[in-house]
Design a protein around this ligand. Sequence first.
Ligand SMILES: Cc1cc2nc3c(=O)[nH]c(=O)nc-3n(C[C@H](O)[C@H](O)[C@H](O)COP(=O)(O)OP(=O)(O)OC[C@H]3O[C@@H](n4cnc5c(N)ncnc54)[C@H](O)[C@@H]3O)c2cc1C
Length: 75
Amino acid sequence: MYLIGGGITSLASAVYLIKDTGISGANIHILEQHGIVGGACDDAGDIKKGFVVRGGRMHEEHYVCYWELLSNIPS
Ligand SMILES: Cc1cc2nc3c(=O)[nH]c(=O)nc-3n(C[C@H](O)[C@H](O)[C@H](O)COP(=O)(O)OP(=O)(O)OC[C@H]3O[C@@H](n4cnc5c(N)ncnc54)[C@H](O)[C@@H]3O)c2cc1C
């Protein structure tokens, strides 16, 4: 399966394809034209210092779908 663009739409699609349909992540290919994924929600940082996501100030508690999505990402 191929998803065009590495924005949150494709990344969220990949999460739910794996979680809800059982498709292996190895069979999902995200094609991104730039060297960084995330699209308008791209981030910066590294695994030691942590990451900062653009628009981070807007990660409010009532965005329940967003937090549900992130809860599926292994840390
Ligand atoms: C500070 C900030 C606050 C925001 N607040 C909100 C908000 O409150 N509510 C809201 O709904 N949205 C908000 N947004 C917008 C939100 O970030 C976008 O709606 C969302 O990121 C769109 O995701 P997307 O995956 O559809 O598209 P994008 O994030 O635009 O990602 C598309 C990706 O596809 C890639 N791409 C495009 N064409 C091709 C191609 N032909 N081949 C390969 N790759 C390609 C692009 O390079 C890009 O990485 C905010 C954004 C910012 C920066």
